[in-house]
Write a protein that binds this ligand. Structure first.
Ligand code: SF4
Length: 293
C-alpha cells in the first residue's frame, strides 16, 4: 500500500490490453518515448501495484501459461482470485448449479457478476483503490467501472493516446509476445464463452477437442418441452461440428475477413497486425469487458 494508504490495482484478464498495461505502467515514460507519444503527460511508474486475475476455473490453458509468463516478466506475483466453491468444483460449475443449470448468456450474464466482479470487489474491500484499466484510445467502451465509492478508475492508454498498434508493439518489443490463443480466438475468458463467434468455436474444436466436448456436455435438451439450453441460441455445438457446417463457417469467416480487409484497406495498419485487427473488428461491439480486456 502507498503512503497515503491508497492501493493501486491492475486486474489482468490474460488478454493483450491488460497485460500491456501492466508492462506499460512499470516504465511509462520509456514506453511513451518508444511509441512516440510525445503529447502524453509524463507518468510516475507504478511500483507498489497489486496484480490480480479473477479465475473462473474454466479459462484456457494458454491463459494460465501466459499469466505465469507475465508474472515472471513483471517480477511480481499475480494474485489469483476465485469465487468460493466446494472442493472439486470449479466456481463456474458451482454457480451454474446455484442458477438451476441455466447457462449464462449475454442477457443473463450471472458469470461475470459472480465470478469476476464480486471476487474483485471482495478483494478490494473498503480500502481506497485506484484501479488501472487498459481501455485504449481507439475504443468506444467503458470496461469495468465499479460503482463502489472507494474505487477510482484510471485509463492510462486512453489518456496517453495508445491505440491497438501500440499495444502490439508493447507486447512484441517487451519480449512478452501475444497469448497463444490469439492464433484462433480474439479474446481471453472462459473456453466456452457465449460471446465466441462460430469460427472461434471451430477453433476450440480444432485446438482443444477435449474442451469442445466438455462445452457440449453443458448443453441440455428437454425432450418433453422441446426446450434447448445451448451456448448459442441458433445452434447446438453438436450441430455446429458437422463437417459440412464447419466448412461453411470457415468459408463465411474467410469471406467476412476479405470484406473487412477491403473496408479497412485505407487505414495505415502494419501488415503484420492485419489478421488480428480484422479478427477483432468482427466483434468489437460484443463481449465482456472485465473478462476480455
Ligand atoms: S468469459 Fe464469458 S463465460 Fe466467462 S465469465 Fe466472462 S462472459 Fe462469462
Amino acid at each position: 500500500m502507498s503512503d497515503d494508504e491508497t492501493r493501486t490495482i491492475i486486474a489482468l484478464s490474460g488478454g493483450k490490453d491488460s497485460s500491456a498495461l501492466a508492462i506499460y505502467m512499470r516504465e511509462p515514460n520509456r514506453w511513451q518515448k518508444h511509441l512516440g507519444k510525445t503529447d502524453a503527460d509524463p507518468r510516475e511508474p507504478l511500483e507498489d501495484v497489486e496484480f490480480v486475475f479473477c479465475d473462473t476455473g474454466t479459462e484456457l490453458e494458454e491463459t494460465y501459461e501466459y499469466l505465469d509468463q507475465l508474472e515472471r516478466y513483471l517480477g511480481k506475483p499475480i494474485e489469483r482470485l476465485q469465487a468460493d466453491s466446494p472442493p472439486g468444483k470449479t466456481p463456474f460449475d458451482h454457480y451454474l448449479e446455484l442458477y438451476g443449470g441455466f447457462l449464462p448468456s449475454a442477457n443473463m450474464r450471472w458469470c461475470t457478476r459472480n465470478l469476476k466482479i464480486k471476487p474483485f470487489e471482495h478483494h478490494i474491500g473498503d480500502d481506497p483503490v485506484i484501479n488501472y484499466v487498459g481501455i485504449r484510445a481507439d475504443e468506444d467502451r467503458e470496461g469495468y467501472i465499479s460503482t463502489k465509492d472507494n474505487i477510482t478508475t484510471v485509463f492510462p492508454f486512453r489518456e496517453d493516446g495508445l491505440v491497438k498498434e501500440d499495444i502490439y508493439r508493447i507486447l512484441d518489443d517487451s519480449g512478452m509476445g501475444r497469448p497463444d490463443y490469439y492464433d484462433w480466438r480474439s479474446r481471453s475468458g472462459c473456453y466456452f464463452c457465449f460471446f465466441q463467434r462460430k469460427s472461434e468455436w471451430v477453433g476450440l474444436k480444432e485446438n482443444h477437442p477435449e474442451l469442445y466436448e466438455k462445452a457440449k456436455e453443458y448443453e441440455k435438451f428437454d425432450e418433453d418441452t422441446g426446450e434447448r439450453f445451448t451456448w448459442d441460441d441458433t445452434e447446438s455445438l453438436e450441430e455446429l461440428e458437422s463437417p459440412e457446417r464447419i466448412e461453411e463457417i470457415k468459408e463465411n469467416a474467410q469471406d467476412r475477413r476479405e470484406r473487412l480487409k477491403q473496408e479497412m484497406s485505407d487505414r495505415s495498419l502494419m501488415d503484420v497486425f492485419f489478421e488480428d485487427e480484422v479478427r477483432e473488428a468482427e466483434d468489437d461491439s460484443r463481449g465482456c469487458n472485465i473478462c476480455h480486456l
